[in-house]
Every structure is written in structure tokens, then in C-alpha cells.
Write a protein that binds this ligand. Structure first.
Ligand code: 5GP
Length: 227
């Protein structure tokens, strides 16, 4: 039997936000166990690397001067000033991966997500929540790489960000990394079944024959072709 549907082979653009310290990076790493057809974009930032950060992997760590040059050269899909530092998503490679059918994940703050929402209507917006606010502050402290002032500032920002959750399509509570990664994979898989992605429906034999019989209102239940 021929295929009945031709769906778009284009990758999905997934925008993942959530307060600093809620575990976005760990969830994306764990997602690898369920899905090997995605690419997480590497953003540019002017913040200093933390313990465990690797240049070119977690971020491209660049100076403010370099960042501003990239703004002038229109290299960013979006960028934002967050807690004293610039963060920006490079346009490069996003379209190439989507064309190739690879899903692209962008980890950005709420402002970044809203600016992408205006530009790319078909993007999917997922918000990752910490299980509790107490949990979030413990995670921020555990990183041990920032001053108390910075932690408090990130915590306050987190409060404001959580209030924006209704602007997203999906919310996942990161109570356990594996659970969160499985839920994220289910969301990505569900997008592939969206009716919007159908490019063509084929009604050729035997489907076409059945279709005609239905139109003619004939008795077709016992026809060999469909039993
Ligand atoms: P962190 O310093 O904890 O790595 O990141 C701080 C915040 O910046 C997080 O909410 C993170 O998602 C966000 N962020 C990371 N990359 C980008 C980006 O390219 N653009 C925007 N707008 N936010 C980003």
C-alpha cells in the first residue's frame, strides 16, 4: 500500500526557558538517551565561565566588544542583557539544521523567547520549572561559583520569569531529570504528528477506490480490496 500521508521533513524549533539553575542543560543532556536527532544551539555570552563551563560547548565566552560587533553585523536571532551580562543566539546553522530535518533547541531567557515568538510562529515554547522555589535557591547555591548578591539577583529574576509561564505552549516540572527529559521528548514527538505538518494526503489505490465507493454510497464492506 502506498503511503497515505506526506508530512514535512523539516525539523522543529524548540525554545526552552526556565529560571537560571532549573536544570535546562541537564535535561537536554539526558534527552540524548531518548532522541538523537536534535542540536542544541550554543549561545554567545559576556559572562565569565563558571566551573564546568567549556568555551564552544556551554557558550562562546566573548568580550562585550566582540558581542557588540556581532550585534552590528546582525549575527543574532535574538539577544538580551540578563543579570549584568549579554546573551545571544547566533543565527548561523539554525536554518541549515531545520532544513536537514534536525530539531533545534534554543535555551534562552523569557525575553529571548518572546522575541523569537514574534519572528518564528511555528516554534514550540517549553518552560522548565523547578519543583519548588526552595529547591531553586539550593541549586543556585550548590553551583558555588557566584556571590550571594548574584544568587539573590538570579532568584528575584526567577520569580519574574515564572510569572510569564502562560506565554509558553508547555510546562515541565523538573522534579527528576529523567522524567523531565522523557516529557520533553514526548512533546517533540507530538509536534511531528501535528496536522499543520501534513503536506499531502494520497488517496490512490486502494484508498481512492474506497473513497469513490463512499461517495457513491455503494455497499463496499464485503469488497475484496478492503477485507
Ligand atoms: P546562565 O548564566 O545561568 O548560563 O544563563 C542565564 C540565563 O540566560 C538563562 O535563563 C539562560 O537560559 C539564558 N540564556 C542563555 N543563552 C541565551 C541566549 O542566547 N539568549 C537569551 N536571551 N538568553 C539566553
Amino acid at each position: 500500500m502506498s503511503k497515505i500521508l506526506k508530512s514535512s521533513g523539516r525539523g522543529s524549533l524548540i525554545v526552552l526557558s526556565g529560571p537560571s539553575g532549573c536544570g535546562k542543560q541537564s535535561v537536554c543532556e539526558r534527552l540524548n538517551e531518548y532522541n538523537n536527532n536534535f542540536w542544541v544551539s550554543v549561545s554567545c555570552t559576556t559572562r565569565k565561565p563558571r566551573l564546568g563551563d567549556e568555551d564552544g560547548i556551554t557558550y562562546y565566552f566573548i568580550s562585550e566588544e566582540e558581542f557588540k560587533k556581532k550585534i552590528d553585523n546582525d549575527e543574532f536571532l535574538e539577544y538580551n542583557y540578563y543579570n549584568g551580562n549579554y546573551y545571544g543566539t547566533l543565527k548561523a546553522n539554525i536554518e541549515k539544521y531545520l532544513e536537514e530535518g534536525v530539531d533545534v533547541i534554543l535555551e534562552v531567557d523569557v525575553n529571548g523567547a518572546l522575541s523569537i515568538k514574534h519572528k518564528i510562529k511555528e516554534a514550540i515554547f517549553i518552560f522548565l520549572m523547578p519543583p519548588t522555589m526552595k529547591d531553586l535557591i539550593l541549586r543556585l547555591k550548590k553551583r558555588g561559583s557566584e556571590s550571594n548578591d548574584k544568587i539573590i539577583s538570579r532568584f528575584k529574576t526567577a520569580y519574574n520569569e515564572i510569572n510569564e509561564v502562560s506565554k509558553y505552549n508547555y510546562v515541565i516540572v523538573n522534579d527528576e531529570v529523567d522524567n523531565a527529559a522523557r516529557k520533553m521528548n514526548s512533546i517533540i514527538e507530538a509536534q511531528k504528528c501535528m496536522v499543520d505538518r501534513i503536506e499531502e494526503v494520497y488517496l490512490d489505490n486502494p484508498e481512492e477506490e474506497i473513497h469513490e465507493l463512499l461517495i457513491d454510497n455503494k455497499e463496499f464492506i464485503n469488497k475484496d480490496t478492503i477485507i
